[in-house]
Structure formats: C-alpha cells, structure tokens
Design a protein around this ligand. Structure first.
Ligand SMILES: [Zn+2]
Length: 396
C-alpha cells in the first residue's frame, strides 16, 4: 500500500534544464549537480535524454558510475519515448530507473491509434522487466490539459491495472491548467490507482505562473511523486520549483527526504545553476525578485509591515517611500544610526512622505533639464537606496 503522505522528489534540473534555450550541461556540471542533489536528499535525479545524442548516453553512464563509486543513495533516471529502440539505448547506459513519455492527445490520435500506443508501451515495459533487474518504470502521459478525460482514463487504467508501472506521471505540459482544474484531473486519475502498486506523479509547466501551485495541488489530489527543478528551470519559462514545492509540502505535514532546512546549501545549489545558465545563455534565473531566494524577500516598505512579522524572514531591511509610517521610519533611522528626537518623528515622517510624493515629477523636471542620465541615476538613489545623507538633509 502506498503511503501518499510520503512524497518522492524527482529533480529534473538537468533533463528539463537542457530544454532551456541555449543550455547544455557538461559532464562535470552534471557531476556537481548530482553532488548537490545527493547532499540535499533528492530521491531521483532525472539527468539525461539518451536517445537524443550519444553524448547524453556517455554523460549518464558517468553519473551512474559516480553513484556506484560514491555509494550515493540517489537514483539516476533518464527520459525517452516508449519505442523499444529508445529504451534499449537507456538500458545500455546502466540505468535502472526508466522514465518514458507518450501522448494521447486528440491531435496525436488522428495519426496513431490508442492500441498502437498501448502496444508500444507494453513492449517497452516487457523489455525493461526482462532485461534489467530491479528496474523502476515511470510513464508520462504528456499534456493532460489537452487530453480528453475518457482517453486519459483509458490510458491510466491500462498502465496501472494491466502494466502495473511504478509511476504514472500526469504532466501539464502546456502549462495551461489552473490549480482547481489540475486538482480535479489528478484526483480523478488517482482514484484509479488506489490500492494499486502505481504511484501518481505530477510535472507542471509555468506558462501561467502556476507550476509550483499546481505541483502542490497535484499532491493534495493524490499524487505522491513530483517532478521539479532548481529555480524551476525548464522548457519555455520552466516547471515547478524544487525548494518551494518541497517547503509547502513539508509545511503541510508530508514526509520528504529532502533537507529543506539546509537553506545555505540550497542557495549554493541555486546560485550554481544560475551561474551556469548566465554563462551559457546570458539570462539570469536567480534575480532580485525570485521567490524565497531573491533579495527583494528581505525588504519592507509599507508602514504596516514595520509593526508586525510579515514575510518569511526575520532579518529586517527597511526602505522608505511615501507609504512609510512612524514605526518604519524609527527603525530605519535607528538601523542607519541617524540621530533624531522622538518628538520630531512625526515631522520627519511628514517630510519623507512629501519628499517621495514630490520626487517623481519634481525631480524629473528639475534634472531632465540638466541631464537625462543624471536624473535617472538620482531618482534611483532616492527611490531604491534612499541614502542616509539625503534623509538627514530632508529632515533637518
Ligand atoms: Zn516538462
């Protein structure tokens, strides 16, 4: 009987990350990513797509060798389509965890019958079971948001009841589903898997910014395997985020092997992925506004936020604008070691508010006449950094 309160993490940073525009992970980079994943307690690393190119096979072979020689607990998986020729290539890499994908969208069913799809899956599963000892098989039914429910049900019954695969993954490949739609569909299929050997997995794309939320809703609906990646890296704008998905599930009482309390190591892992991505593509994944790990997480601006314990972090960083209040300004002045008299605080707050209210139009008109570039720099200093000297100047 599957314990649905235990959630298996498939870190797809490497395989899905390779679908990020312009990115190819080298063998050394994959080794280092595997070290991070092992240290963080990831269950399965999905780390190659062998049929795509021989280099993928050789890289995943190296990972399997490293796993053996370092006696790592993490499992190494790779992805391919279901035809036996593809699966053979996977087996030659020394893998035991086979992740296959197929699709039964109405578009595809115009070209291929459902029975052909089932035959191909059956042959793949039989080949793996008779050639690889201790194998684990996951099958992803691509794009459940674009697959008719009756077809989805038929496929799920075949894979769960007839082939008894280990994981049936239900991906929102197009990233078009809202959390309630995703929940309903995953719940419907999860009912078929009740009492069976097959676990239900989810893998959600982020086209509508819902990937992490959908991942969590998938688990609430009955899934017990999640496919996620560091910083959500993946095709288009990516998939569910590894850390945030895991943190939300842990907070809800699910059991995970992932060491979500080791935030420093997670940060190091995320910075490493961000560095590789930036070097190869010129794009940053870890930016100021990134959930949880971005620096914006440490800023407070509204007066109300200076009086309570808002946000995730206890570290206090205050920034001024016209939304400030006495509490926030007091904290700001103290932190920046600016001397003031408590009796003057109200007056100081009024001046700061006036300064910010005026600053946009007034300073623009004042400095545009001097230099456009200079005015932009000055506005940034006032609005973002809000220099100590400037505040002293305005409040005295
Ligand atoms: Zn994907």
């Amino acid at each position: 009987m599957i314990d649905n309160r235990s959630v298996i993490i498939i870190d797809q940073t490497i395989r899905e990350g390779m679908q990020y525009r312009g990115l190819v992970f080298s063998a050394d980079e994959r080794m280092k990513i595997l070290d991070f994943q092992e240290a963080l307690g990831v269950d399965i690393s999905q780390s190659a797509y062998p049929p795509a190119h021989e280099s993928e096979s050789s890289k995943v072979k190296k990972l399997c060798f490293k796993r053996e020689s370092c006696k790592y607990n993490i499992h190494i998986a790779a992805l391919s389509r279901a035809p036996v020729d593809d699966v053979k290539q996977m087996a030659e890499c020394g893998l035991t965890d086979f992740h296959l994908h197929t699709t039964a969208t109405s578009e595809l069913l115009k070209k291929q019958s459902i029975n052909d799809i089932f035959t191909s899956l059956k042959q793949a599963v039989q080949f793996i079971r008779s050639n690889v000892t201790g194998s684990s098989i996951e099958v992803s039914l691509l794009d459940i948001g674009k697959t008719d429910l009756d077809i989805l049900e038929k496929c799920a019954k075949y894979l769960i009841n007839r082939l008894s695969i280990d994981i049936l993954s239900l991906p929102d490949t197009s990233g078009i589903m809202s959390p309630d739609q995703f929940f309903k569909r995953v719940k419907y299929i999860s009912e078929i898997a009740k009492g069976e050997k097959t676990r239900i997995g989810v893998h959600c794309h982020n086209d509508m910014g819902m990937a992490t939320a959908n991942t969590i809703m998938g688990v609430m609906a009955g899934a017990s395997v999640i496919g996620v990646s560091a910083l959500g890296i993946g095709e288009r704008n990516g998939i569910g985020d590894l850390y945030i998905s895991a943190k939300c599930l842990k907070d809800k009482g699910y059991n995970l092997n992932l060491k979500i309390d080791d935030i420093d190591l997670f940060r190091e892992y995320y910075k490493y992925i961000d560095k590789i991505c930036y070097e190869k593509t010129g794009f940053r994944l870890l930016n100021y506004n990134t959930p949880f790990f971005g620096e914006a997480m440490l800023t407070h601006v509204a007066g109300t936020h200076a009086t309570g314990n808002f946000g995730l972090f206890s570290k206090e960083e205050y920034f001024l604008n016209l939304l400030c209040g006495k509490n926030l300004v007091r904290k700001y002045l103290k932190k920046n070691k600016i001397e003031y008299k408590e009796d003057d605080l109200k007056r100081i707050v009024t001046k700061i508010k006036a300064m910010f209210a005026l600053s946009v139009e007034f300073l623009k008109s004042l400095f545009f006449s001097i230099s456009y570039q200079y005015s932009k720099i000055l506005l940034k200093v006032i609005h973002i950094n809000c220099s100590k000297d400037l505040i002293i100047f305005f409040h005295t």
